[in-house]
Design a binder for this molecule. Structure first.
Ligand code: DAH
Length: 339
């Protein structure tokens, strides 16, 4: 019996030593210490052993088990150490190498222009507010004095979601939303995305941005509007910039005007930028129509106001002399990094 046990021990130790991985070692464990392993088989054979010898043999088997188990643990630790070392040597880090810079984007020229623009108006006491991009017909058209049969409401220009809900075609609906709250005086700037069913080309996109301005108080006149926009133009485009108001028509303002600025490239002499005229069209504006005021719950006999709408892409393209609007939407970092 003693010989048998010694032999099992010897074989087990050899097998443990030769084991070449954790899985292999587990197999060895099962074949020697498992329920059907060598030592268990030996114990099962005990019925042939004289009863008085049984405790002694039992003890010998247990000692063998403990010894094999210990060898196993040692070997397991060895294998694990080796795996760890191999992994470490594969993952050497050379701390003297220059770091890899994470790719960061760049502020979009639209955003830079918007913040410049906002800074000027915030300096004049304006508050920046935002309105929803998915808007009711009521705010986008009706309250702005744009009647049901107006061409702007045509499906060719407007993305409708239902008969009454649409993607706003302008930021002007924010005017109605602010006036409706009834808090006076009003001095807000409202930038945001607008949508029109346009084909993409160098100057058009189905989605672009506008910045709406609105002032309502007692005694606001067209002179306030002119002074405000002149101030913005000089701060935004440069001190030599002059503004010109051309009569125009918008349903929600009366009188209405379009504003041109002197070309900042040629100073008004005429160049490619201003197509030879010396002037560049920049925005629409006017005095808030009395009907719009009263429909929004403001008494036009007490209050008056002015409004303006700036095309953000338009001023961004001009300010940075970019000749194709599509560049603004491609978001190629090589392009964006120039600003
Ligand atoms: N919403 C107009 C447009 O999209 C622009 C505009 C013109 C806004 C005159 C105004 C304004 O607030 O007074 O063409």
């Amino acid at each position: 019996m003693q010989n048998k046990i010694d032999e099992i021990k010897k074989n087990a130790i050899k097998a443990i030593e030769e084991a070449c991985g954790v899985d292999n070692l587990n197999e060895v464990k099962v074949s020697y210490l498992g329920k059907k392993g060598e030592l268990s088989k030996l114990l099962k054979g005990m019925k042939n052993v004289a009863p008085e010898d049984r405790p002694k043999i039992g003890q010998m088997v247990n000692e063998a088990r403990a010894m094999i188990d210990e060898q196993m643990s040692k070997k397991r630790a060895e294998i694990q150490k080796k795996i760890r070392e191999e992994k470490m040597s594969r993952e050497v880090i050379d701390v003297t190498l220059p770091g890899r810079k994470p790719l960061v984007g760049h502020r979009h020229p639209n955003q830079i222009a918007l913040e410049d623009l906002e800074r000027v108006f915030i300096g004049m006491g304006y508050e920046v507010v935002e309105g929803p991009e998915v808007e009711y017909d009521k705010y986008n058209f009706e309250l702005l004095n744009i009647p049901a049969n107006h061409p702007a409401k045509d499906e060719q220009d407007t993305f409708y979601i239902t008969k009454d809900i649409l993607l706003r075609t302008q930021t002007s609906p924010v005017q109605a939303r602010i006036m409706e709250t009834g808090k006076m005086p009003i001095r807000v700037l409202s930038p945001g995305r607008v949508f029109r069913s346009d084909e993409v080309d160098a100057t058009h996109s189905p989605s672009f941005h506008q910045v709406e301005g609105l002032v309502v108080d007692k005694g606001i006149t067209f002179a306030d509007l002119k002074g405000t926009l002149q101030q913005w133009a000089t701060e935004f485009f440069g001190p030599a910039t002059k503004v010109k108001f051309r009569p125009h028509h918008f349903p929600f303002t009366e009188p209405s005007a379009e504003v041109d600025i002197t070309c900042f490239k040629c100073g008004g002499k005429g160049c490619r930028m201003c197509k030879g005229s010396g002037w560049i069209e920049i925005l629409g504006c006017g005095m808030v129509h009395p009907k719009v005021l009263s429909d929004c719950g403001i008494d036009p006999d007490v209050y008056s106001g002015f409004a303006f709408g700036i095309g953000l892409e338009r001023v961004t393209l001009l300010k940075y002399e970019i000749d194709d609007m599509r560049l603004l939407y491609e978001n190629d970092v090589r392009f964006l990094k120039q600003f």
